[in-house]
Ligand binder design. Structure first.
Ligand SMILES: C[S@@+](CC[C@H](N)C(=O)[O-])C[C@H]1O[C@@H](n2cnc3c(N)ncnc32)[C@H](O)[C@@H]1O
Length: 308
């Protein structure tokens, strides 16, 4: 647990009596002050004390404020559903810009493991803004909490962008189900996207401070949204990419071996190329695949390396 010195607490209390409560979750006074500004700007005054106390118990700020900016969108967040991350936002924005060059009028996209719905909503928004494209999007999640929240986010998005939100549908479904394709209700898709659970169980259970995941994530975010490994990538390829004759995919991941696994699944089929994208912290972040004779070959532009 990070140690907070008495000197720092006194310094914080001189600025505001609420500030010391934010020091446990924030390593510096400047960060704590920034959080206090957000709390005061976004919540009514009578909720400030309760908000800083929840933060003192390591609850993520996004659950307290009930939202997270994601590109130009504000995504509603609720306990029980994973908070969208900057790494996901970053690749979604890059993906939108290469898809907009493509200019395909009726691009169809399926997003698996959609959580709040942040990926399909941002892709839809950006494709509209950048190229006036109204894509057809389906998205699904196994969790009933995620399903409800994705519908809430869709509703909020529809009220702000009524003309672009018409071709998006959220469904509750299991990626591992044999009938997933009929459940989703489409015969084909150009592109499959997903940010599946990808933290191996042994890594998730390592203690905090021993390179395990942070206390706030483990105590407050759903383990079912985080723990997973090769089985998800296998199901994405076998249950979605192949039966829907998709010509491209983008899957978030956390480990090189997950990208290698996807490459090995496709390397004997001549039509597929596979590459990886790194995030701006230089960590491997996505595995991408495209059929080399299809318009989805634009995905190659996003790759820092391509398997050969
Ligand atoms: C890492 S979270 C990603 C959420 C969201 N796409 C994002 O980027 O913030 C993974 C999501 O996968 C969902 N999930 C886990 N197992 C699933 C399954 N078998 N079928 C469909 N969704 C699943 C979880 O409920 C969770 O919402």
């Amino acid at each position: 647990m990070p140690r907070v010195s008495g000197k720092l607490v006194k310094q914080a209390a001189r600025v505001s009596p609420l500030l010391p409560y934010l020091l446990r979750a924030n390593p510096s006074l400047a960060q704590a002050q920034q959080e206090l500004k957000w709390i005061q700007a976004e919540l009514p005054k009578h909720q400030w004390k309760n908000a800083v106390k929840r933060r003192n118990a390591y609850e993520p700020l996004q659950y307290i404020l009930e939202s997270q900016p994601f590109g130009s969108l504000d995504i509603i967040c609720e306990k029980g559903v994973l908070i969208p991350r900057w790494e996901t936002e970053e690749w979604c924005l890059k993906l939108s810009s290469v898809l907009s060059i493509l200019g395909k009028k009726n691009l169809s996209i399926l997003d698996s493991c959609t959580g709040t719905g942040c990926i399909p909503l941002l892709l839809n928004y950006e494709l509209n803004q950048l190229a006036n494209l109204n894509s057809h999007i389906r998205a699904f999640d196994i969790s009933s909490d995620a399903y409800r929240l994705s519908k809430r986010n869709h509703q909020a998005y529809s009220s702000l962008h009524p003309s672009s939100a018409t071709n998006i549908k959220f469904i509750q479904a299991n990626l591992f189900s044999e009938s997933i394709v009929s459940h989703v209700g489409i015969q084909c898709a150009d592109l499959i996207t997903s940010n599946p659970p990808y933290i191996p169980a042994h890594h998730y259970h390592k203690s905090v401070g021993l390179d395990g995941i942070s206390r706030s994530v483990r105590e407050y975010e759903p383990a079912e949204a985080l723990i997973g490994h090769m089985e998800f990538y296998e199901a994405l390829i076998n249950n979605l990419v192949k039966p829907l004759s998709a010509s491209g995919f983008v899957f978030e991941l956390g480990y090189q071996e997950q990208a290698d696994y996807v490459y090995r699944m496709l390397k004997d089929t001549e039509e597929w190329r596979v590459g990886v994208l790194k995030d701006s912290a230089s960590n491997i972040r996505c595995v991408l695949g495209w059929k080399s004779n299809s318009p989805m070959r634009v995905l190659g532009q996003l790759c820092s390396s391509i398997y050969s």
